[in-house]
Design a protein around this ligand. Structure first.
Ligand SMILES: [Zn+2]
Length: 187
């Protein structure tokens, strides 16, 4: 199953559209305010807010994930290597592919970070992201506050079913919801 990702904002559609247009040519992002890209179950959760669906050029948000580092993938594939009796050349080829996939995910994650940063720069603050598995019922457990480097870490970036509030340390955040402590999420 695939992950969907939404950017939630109190600001006007025009303001968000401006930022979106600036990123339209990005080879790593695909997004829109078109109603058919935001399911009703998500709209109902954030009444009166602007919601943007954002995904990678591959059509889903899971591809932003960088949590599979080359080392981790190589460890996984080491098993496969033994099972399939790969030749040293084939093994080198697999490792090269693995590294390329990871580097591509890092570029996607950085594009997402730049987009979120541009929103913040335009006064669309705090940046709110909402992740949801496609077709799963919506959930609302309270938002998690994350600092930029904490969320956008190229060794661990992995969108979960969560409502993220991305801020810098010194920023005071006003939201209608209480924050949950990070760590006890379980999902
Ligand atoms: Zn996916």
């Amino acid at each position: 199953m695939c992950m969907e990702l939404f950017v939630i904002s109190n600001q006007s559609k025009e303001k968000i559209n401006e930022v979106i247009s600036a990123f339209e040519a990005s080879p790593y992002l695909s997004m829109g305010l078109l109603p058919n890209r935001v399911p009703n179950r998500v709209r109902r959760l954030f009444p009166g807010k602007q919601i943007v669906n954002i995904c990678t050029e591959e059509g889903c948000a899971c591809r932003f994930s960088t949590s599979k580092s080359p080392e981790k993938l190589e460890r996984e594939r080491e098993k496969k290597r033994r099972l399939q009796k790969l030749s040293p050349e084939e093994w080198e080829e697999l490792k090269r592919e693995t590294r390329e996939l990871y580097e591509h995910s890092v570029r996607r994650m950085n594009a997402l970070r730049q987009f979120c940063w541009a929103l913040s720069d335009e006064g669309i603050r705090p940046v709110e992201l909402y992740g949801l598995w496609i077709d799963d019922p919506v959930h609302k457990n309270g938002a998690i506050r994350m600092e930029w480097d904490q969320l956008f870490n190229d060794r661990t970036f992995d969108i979960k079913e969560e409502h993220y509030i991305v801020t810098s340390n010194e920023e005071t955040v006003q939201t209608s919801e209480p924050f949950r402590e990070r760590g006890g999420t379980g999902s």
